[in-house]
Write a protein that binds this ligand. Structure first.
Ligand SMILES: *Cc1c(COP(=O)(O)O)cnc(C)c1O
Length: 345
């Protein structure tokens, strides 16, 4: 097989969900937007529903409709982007719950689907999504009189426990939701780790489910193993790859491996990332190209038929830091060409 093999461990995702649920004071949902951070929304959500998750979150109504087909009726599917123009049929037909972000969305929802449940997203200081305090004050009575299922907000700096915006957002959220009868939700993965005063009735972990920081105790979820297409010996002074950016300083063995920036292994990793043969690190030699990597395997006594880029020795966040990004982006960039293997489905 010429493609990389991406192994996704659903047992690890379920264990991470149970661990985050164990830390949470109230109920625990699961964020499965962006195809469950690249891990497969249908597979992940189906598994977590079996383990007891009842509230799922996605970014758009289109994602929600796809997820509903996988999950069937029952679990709540909440839409962060709310009720967008043109979404009424999707929301109505697939029993999706929009998180209304503005008075305009509230009016649209009331006009199109008056008896259909909704949540409200409040802006407690991130200034990205949600109603500002005066907008909420003006619409609250009317929204609370209908089938309001959740009042939520999102923390901007939860992965930095000492950032003063955390406490400021907590205060703002408490103030805005004083006396509200619907369940409240403030925390994603980072907020769960900030402590119980941030949890309210429902937490919404995403990245921690998939083994990423800031959930340091997470079990690793993804492994990525790439086939060696060919091996060659390169003499000192010869160069490797586009722009001839690697020059051999010694007699060098180069493995050409199938995967590249079209698979989410971004070009910025050129000359920086490592692949692994068991526990032995082998550096990239030269540029990442669209479909191929070239790897210096000179120090291996035997070159295996696959080299690992995500494995026990290099996790998602390790690779992210080499690539100047965050684990979230490594996960959501995982290529569609890989052969996907699920453990525990
Ligand atoms: C993505 C997202 C989450 C999940 O965040 P993680 O940091 O991945 O746990 C929760 N809530 C909202 C509003 C989000 O956009």
């Amino acid at each position: 097989m010429g493609t990389g093999i991406l192994t996704i461990d659903l047992n690890a995702i379920a264990a991470n969900w149970r661990a985050l649920a164990g830390l949470s004071r109230g109920q625990t949902g699961a964020v499965v937007k962006a195809n469950a951070y690249g891990c497969g929304a249908a597979e992940v959500a189906t598994r977590l529903a079996r383990d007891g998750a009842r509230q799922f979150f996605v970014a758009t109504a289109e994602e929600g409709a796809t997820l509903r087909k996988a999950l069937g009726p029952g679990p709540e599917i909440n839409i962060f982007s709310g009720h967008m123009a043109g979404d009424s049929a999707l929301i109505g037909d697939h029993a999706l719950t929009p998180m209304l972000n503005s008075p305009a969305q509230a009016a649209r929802h009331r006009a199109a689907l008056p008896d259909h449940p909704y949540g409200v997203q409040l802006d407690s200081g991130m200034n990205r999504l949600g109603m500002e305090a005066p907008e909420w004050a003006a619409t609250r009575a009317e929204l609370e009189a209908g089938p309001l299922s959740l009042v939520m907000s999102h923390l901007a700096c939860a992965d930095e426990p000492d950032h003063p915006l955390n406490a400021a957002q907590l205060r703002a959220f408490v103030q805005m939701t004083q006396g509200v009868s619907a369940p409240r939700s403030l925390s994603a993965t980072g907020g769960i780790l900030l402590g119980p005063e941030y949890h309210f009735d429902l937490t919404r972990p995403g990245v921690g489910l998939y083994g990423g920081a800031p959930f340091g105790a997470a079990q690793p979820v993804v492994a990525l193993s790439l086939p060696v297409v060919q091996l060659r010996d390169v003499a000192p002074g010869e160069t490797v790859g586009y722009a001839a950016s690697f020059t051999a300083r010694r007699p060098t063995r180069i493995a050409t491996v199938s995967a590249g920036y079209a698979d989410g292994l971004i070009r910025y990793m050129s000359g920086k990332a490592q692949l692994f043969a068991g526990a032995v690190a082998c550096p990239l030699a030269g540029r990442v190209s669209m479909d191929l990597l070239t790897v210096d395997v000179t120090d291996l006594t035997e070159v295996p038929d696959h080299l690992d880029i995500l494995c026990a020795h290099q996790g998602v966040d390790d690779l992210a830091s080499v690539a100047g990004t965050i684990g979230y982006e490594i996960l959501t960039s995982l290529g569609r060409r890989y052969g996907r293997r699920y453990l525990g489905s």
